[in-house]
Design a protein around this ligand. Structure first.
Ligand code: SF4
Ligand code: SF4
Length: 198
């Protein structure tokens, strides 16, 4: 069991060398999950709470306050990371940021669902190979966007070539070699599971 203070203080962006990393910059000093007063403003603004009956950011905060991370395991992946909750909280909390930290920990510990691990590995590979997480081809991989979006994406890839862009890059020119070396060095140091790209 972890208390909310422990989560806020111990989650690090650099997972491989946590003792050398700065505290997670997304969880600022004024944020305090133990200050949540269960007002529900986060939940009222949350699109994920609108879509999923079992998901409420206010409940997430309560579970964190009680140190109940275990029952959050499946719910972590409901959040859409829109940060509507953060902009409305009168206590300066960000449920979305806390969830992101918990997701990172779940992926690092191998507890994420297989589909999430697959997407995480794909985004990492894109970043490692091309310096971008989402490439046009990434959308065709994510079936949940639906057939219309995937078809539109395929059409856009042809249009991109006609306009002089790379078929599968967000830029007309590749990321410079020096920047790519830096990106790969950061990934090698921080990505859980070693320095090879799956
Ligand atoms: S808006 Fe802030 S204080 Fe209110 S329930 Fe959500 S996290 Fe707690
Ligand atoms: S960041 Fe997540 S928890 Fe916060 S409002 Fe958006 S979907 Fe809801």
């Amino acid at each position: 069991m972890y208390g909310p203070w422990e989560m806020a203080g111990a989650m690090r962006i650099a997972l491989k060398y946590p003792e050398r990393a700065a505290p997670d910059i997304r969880l600022g000093l004024t944020c305090g999950f133990d200050k949540c007063m269960q007002c529900g403003r986060c939940t009222a603004s949350c699109p994920a709470a609108f879509k999923y009956d079992d998901y409420r950011p206010r409940d997430v905060m309560r579970k964190l306050q009680l140190g109940d991370r275990a029952s959050l395991t499946d719910l972590l992946w409901r959040c859409g990371q829109c940060y509507s909750c953060a902009s409305r909280c009168p206590r300066n909390n960000s449920v979305g940021a806390g969830i992101l930290a918990l997701r990172e920990a779940a992926i690092a510990a191998g507890r994420a669902p297989p589909a999430i691990n697959k997407v995480a590995a794909l985004l990492r590979k894109n970043l490692y190979d091309r310096g971008e997480t989402f490439l046009p081809s990434t959308f065709t991989f994510l079936g949940e966007f639906g057939p219309r979006t995937i078809k539109r994406c395929k059409d856009n890839r042809k249009r991109r070539v006609r306009l002089g862009f790379g078929r599968d890059d967000a830029h007309a020119h590749p990321v410079p070699d020096g920047a790519m070396r830096e990106i790969r060095a950061i990934l090698d140091m921080t990505w859980p599971g070693g320095d090879t790209c799956a």
